[in-house]
Write a protein that binds this ligand. Structure first.
Ligand SMILES: C[S@@+](CC[C@H](N)C(=O)[O-])C[C@H]1O[C@@H](n2cnc3c(N)ncnc32)[C@H](O)[C@@H]1O
Length: 225
């Protein structure tokens, strides 16, 4: 296991199942785990086109079963899809309150059956003692996807969406945890919003990208924050 401390962020290279038991509870978990769909992008470049670790259906399910109890009941926003959601619901409901779903409206359809509606949304499950700050917002969130040519990761999430989630469910200075950080979007969002961040990633290439992106975000926050 490798550990990098970058300002307010602590990043671990390794399997989150080994790392989470060593960590104190976070103020919120915001995460985008492998969905169990054996996703491999044809778009993007370099690291962006490789299959994602632990992304087979049964493997992902086993991973979720191991990881959810290690979140210590912290407020959790967990990205998912319509076909993974029944398992996610069942696993969370065994130990935490499931508050509902947010719908991320991506504005344009993704891959799938060309003779069916193109899937233009993903889901974010809200579980545990999630409390929102500020206005009472609608649960459909409209943020454009990251253009494929700009992606650091095949399933990279928009920074603006994750900044919104971070500031909505944590206070200034709070600790955000992402056990599946990929290219580090949650970390970028957390440090940009003045939060502390702890992230895990099992793939060395994505870990290195996350370190670089979070370092840049921290520098920007210091310069302009
Ligand atoms: C859906 S991607 C996250 C993408 C991220 N939201 C972003 O914007 O870049 C899930 C990540 O979890 C990582 N992963 C899979 N199994 C893991 C494990 N056991 N421990 C830590 N990371 C893992 C994969 O390598 C992948 O990069």
């Amino acid at each position: 296991m490798q550990k990098e401390v970058i300002g307010n962020a602590t990043l671990y290279l390794g399997d989150c199942r080994d790392i989470l038991p060593t960590l104190p509870p976070a103020d919120a978990v915001i995460t985008d785990p492998p969905y169990g769909i054996t996703y491999q992008s044809n778009a993007g470049v370099g690291a962006g086109t490789r299959p994602i670790s632990n992304d087979g259906t049964r493997v992902s399910l086993r991973l979720y079963k191991a990881v959810i109890p290690l979140l210590h009941g912290a407020p959790t926003l967990w990205c998912t899809r319509w076909d993974a959601w029944p398992d996610v619901w069942e696993l969370f409901a065994a130990s935490m309150k499931v508050n509902g779903l947010l719908v991320w409206d991506k504005g344009q359809p993704g891959m799938g059956d060309l003779k069916h509606w193109g899937p233009s949304y993903e889901l974010i499950a809200s579980c545990g003692p999630v409390r929102t700050r500020g206005s009472r917002d609608c649960s459909v969130l409209r943020y454009n996807t990251v253009p494929s040519q700009n992606r650091n990761h095949p399933t990279e999430k928009p920074e603006a969406l994750f900044r919104y989630l971070v500031q909505k469910v944590t206070d200034e200075g709070g600790v955000v945890l992402d056990p599946f950080m990929g290219s580090g979007t949650t970390g970028v969002a957390a440090v940009s919003e003045g939060r502390k961040f702890i992230g895990c990633e099992v793939d060395q290439a994505y870990f290195d990208i996350a370190c670089r992106r979070i370092e840049d975000a921290q520098r920007q926050a210091q310069m302009f924050g």
